[in-house]
Design a protein around this ligand. Structure first.
Ligand SMILES: Nc1ncnc2c1ncn2[C@@H]1O[C@H](COP(=O)(O)OP(=O)(O)OP(=O)(O)O)[C@@H](O)[C@H]1O
Length: 401
């Protein structure tokens, strides 16, 4: 270990008091910690650097420096970044909850004004970053975190670009497919901010429906679901489509009226939704244009973030949900969010698995509270979701192409 690494090692031990594991994502384990310098609670994301054992590469460090400068009320602040024991540690402001928990919580009623508020904050985050030429590339409700003041903040910004596209071989990571733009599914190499708008459109749809909108079981099936919802695109609608690397011709299906998919949405909401789901990325609405759409100026006004309904904070017990009668119609019955993510036994030689919380860094574990990971091994039912088209969805996807 180099002298610099040694200094940085000391820094983590000195400055951050590690608490419980919050979960594990695509890039590694996330744990709660106290910043002893500021007394602030933070979330530290430990990123496995894989083969780059010699240290963090300079491009990544440069990119991270840029991320640290990406400051906006709707972007999670990257407070600090340092390498330690061959992993890169990113320190973020701690967030109490996320939008996936809001959507899933059946004790929460989301009014049209609440949905508008959540979408507005999402689009503000995207508009800010797109203006700075930073793409998110991994839009989904659990990357939209919610702070103590009700503010929604976009997290994981730019990580996909810095650390490469996440390896989504593991079951718990493939849910992101449901938010992928058609140009990505057709293998485009050149994409832009429009991919984030498509993802934000899927989140908007999910807020309206209270369940994921387009739940494909493979990339091909994902495109099938998209085309069943919006009609198979004609070349005139999206001229570049046929030149995309993975383009395959799909049987033509006409689009059902959008209203039939979103019976409760206002006309303005439907109009904005259709513009976010425009096939041709060049013609898709931008984040800034979306914020200027009349949906945001027509009543009801977006709910003030402090008044938005919120799920219990992380670590608080979730009230028992009412019994579900399977004949009651479309309902989402998901186990607590991280539990629905099935972790296959890993054989990649990396022991940093949440099931192995005790194996975390020895010297910073003093403050860890017990029980944070225990529930992860409990047996839980898989989600019961009903697809947009009334039938049961295919089994949870397991492999991306
Ligand atoms: N800033 C934060 N504050 C509080 N909890 C966080 C924060 N960032 C992440 N977490 C929690 O840590 C866990 C892992 O998060 P992470 O962002 O690594 O992955 P993910 O979003 O769950 O999945 P993916 O990596 O596939 O996007 C989740 O439970 C998440 O809610």
């Amino acid at each position: 270990m180099s002298e610099i690494d040694n200094l940085l090692t000391k820094k983590v031990a000195d400055r951050y008091l590690k608490r419980e594991v919050l979960g594990e994502g695509t890039y590694g384990v996330v744990y709660k910690a106290i910043d002893t310098k500021t007394n602030q609670t933070v979330a530290i994301k430990k990123i496995r650097l894989g083969k780059q054992k010699e240290g963090v590469n300079f491009t990544a460090l440069r990119e991270i420096k840029l991320l640290k400068e990406l400051k906006d009320p709707n972007i999670i602040e990257l407070i600090d970044a340092f390498p330690h024991k061959g992993n890169l540690h990113l320190v973020f402001e701690f967030m109490e909850s996320d939008l996936e928990a809001v959507i899933r919580d059946r004790n929460i009623v989301l009014s049209p004004a609440d949905v508008k508020s959540y979408l507005q904050m999402t689009l503000k985050a995207l508009a800010f970053c797109h203006k700075k030429w930073v793409l998110h590339r991994d839009m989904k409700p659990n990357n939209l975190l919610i702070g103590a003041d009700g503010q929604l903040k976009l997290g994981d910004f730019g990580l996909a670009r810095i650390f490469g596209s996440p390896d989504r071989r593991f079951t718990h990571q493939v849910f992101a497919r449901w938010y992928r733009a058609p140009e990505l599914l057709f293998g485009t190499k050149q994409y832009g901010p429009a991919v984030d708008i498509w993802g934000a459109g899927c989140v908007f749809a999910e807020l309206l429906l209270r369940r994921p909108f387009l739940q494909g079981s493979s990339d091909i099936d994902q495109l099938g679901k998209i085309f069943a919802a919006f009609g198979t695109p004609k070349p005139a609608q999206w001229p570049d489509m046929v030149y995309l690397p993975d383009y395959v011709e799909y049987q033509y299906v006409p689009a059902p009226p959008l209203r039939s998919l979103f019976p409760m949405a206002s006309d303005d909401a439907l109009d904005l939704l259709s513009k976010m789901f425009t096939y041709d990325p060049k013609a898709r609405i931008t984040a800034q244009q979306a914020l200027e759409h009349r949906y945001f100026t027509s009543p009801p006004a977006p709910t003030n973030p402090a008044s938005l309904p919120r799920p219990p904070r992380k670590g608080e017990s979730i009230p028992k949900a009412p019994e579900i009668n399977p004949t009651d119609g479309p309902t989402v019955l998901s186990p607590p969010r991280k539990l629905r993510r099935v972790m296959p036994n890993r054989t990649d030689g990396n022991e940093e698995n949440v099931h192995n919380a005790d194996k975390f860094d020895d010297h910073v574990g003093e403050g860890r509270t017990a029980g944070a990971t225990s529930s992860r091994n409990d047996s839980v039912p898989m989600s019961i979701d009903f697809s947009v088209f009334g039938s049961r969805p295919p089994p949870r996807p397991t492999i991306n192409r």
